[in-house]
Write a protein that binds this ligand. Structure first.
Ligand code: ADP
Ligand code: MG
Length: 314
């Protein structure tokens, strides 16, 4: 039986990047909760604000960002913490697999040193224990020869090998919350299945997963709940099975129809630029069901069939 209290609670989160000449509203008033021992997937096309939310949770956004709203982790408002306390949480309580493993790794250090770093920062254990732990994490992450892998620099590894190394780094401290940002992007089928197994293990160990992905099939396999984002807003959220089998928002319907097994029907047009958002619903220009009101008035979130949905139709 899973606990039902919110483990991660995001309320009215807005993130704006202040750049010379214009502000970029990357995320607008997003709210969702993630229960302990479950997986929440955030899906949506490129640029809709998924990674920015992940970075906001860890407080690693650049200095030109303005964050409003609250992010509570185990009941604690992360933005009220001293930076030194936040540093203790990063890596040990909340781990993140960054979107691009090649860029997440330091090019001048061997894999061994990079897997070792979080262990030395957060734990005091003997050299031998640490060494064995590093090799066992590399093995568990899919390296058949962990000693050899440990001796390589990231530039000597393939994309898949670097993804394995990142998985070993992030999972080595068994963080209570794992954020996986596009963990299967650009990987071959066999590697996708390895990553999927590592992520499933997180949930089976009653830890919690925030999965950010383009891959709706991966979300369908792993996620308990789902958040669908479009142009910085949540347009639909609810139980993954419900949202994916019976999508209500026209954008979610479009995403499902664009899957190969559903006919590969693309959503026409492009998302609006964040610096020039339409005054009505952000999806209206691409929506086959849009009426006059959709072009005039922003849609507000409402509840339907136990889901949050932001659409004038309902
Ligand atoms: N450092 C930054 N400075 C200015 N704008 C940014 C910055 N990082 C992200 N953005 C803006 O935030 C939007 C959302 O980015 P991101 O969360 O990375 O998208 P995705 O959903 O693909 O992960 C981008 O379209 C970009 O306009
Ligand atoms: Mg991203």
């Amino acid at each position: 039986m899973k606990a039902t209290s919110p483990f991660l609670e995001i309320t009215d989160l807005s993130i704006t990047f202040c750049t010379p000449g214009q502000d970029i509203p990357a995320v607008s008033k997003c709210s969702f909760t993630v229960k302990k021992g479950t997986c929440m997937a955030i899906i949506g096309e490129s640029g809709c604000g998924k990674s920015v939310i992940a970075h906001a949770i860890l407080r690693i956004l650049p200095k030109n960002s303005l964050v409003c709203g609250t992010i509570r982790f185990r009941g604690c408002d992360l933005y009220q913490l001293e930076i030194s306390d936040m540093e203790k949480i990063r890596g040990s309580d909340i781990g993140i697999m960054f979107q691009s493993p090649d860029r997440a790794l330091n090019p001048i250090y061997k894999i061994y040193r990079q897997v070792k770093e979080p262990v030395t920062v957060h734990q005091t254990v003997s050299w031998e224990k640490q060494h064995n732990h590093i090799l066992s994490m590399l093995k568990k992450s899919g390296f058949f020869d962990p000693e050899k892998a440990a001796s390589l620099y990231p530039c000597q590894c393939s994309g898949g090998m670097n993804q394995r190394a990142v998985t070993a780094i992030v999972l080595s401290l068994k963080p209570e919350l794992v954020i996986a940002d596009e963990p299967t992007k650009g990987l071959d089928t066999a590697r996708i299945s390895d990553v999927q197994d590592s992520l499933m293990e997180v949930i089976h160990e009653d830890r919690t997963l925030l999965l950010i992905t383009h891959d709706i099939r991966l979300a369908r396999t792993i996620a308990t709940d789902i958040v669908v984002m479009y142009a910085g807003e949540i347009v639909e959220s609810g139980l993954a099975d419900d949202v994916l089998s019976d999508p209500l928002h026209p954008y979610t319907k479009g995403l499902i129809q664009s899957l190969p097994e559903n006919g590969f029907i693309p959503i026409p047009g492009y998302a609006p630029p964040l610096t020039d958002l339409p005054k009505g619903c952000r999806f209206a220009q691409r929506c086959p069901y849009a009426s006059d009101i959709c072009h005039i008035k922003p849609a507000q979130p409402g509840i339907l069939k136990g889901r949050v949905i932001r659409c004038h139709q309902y």
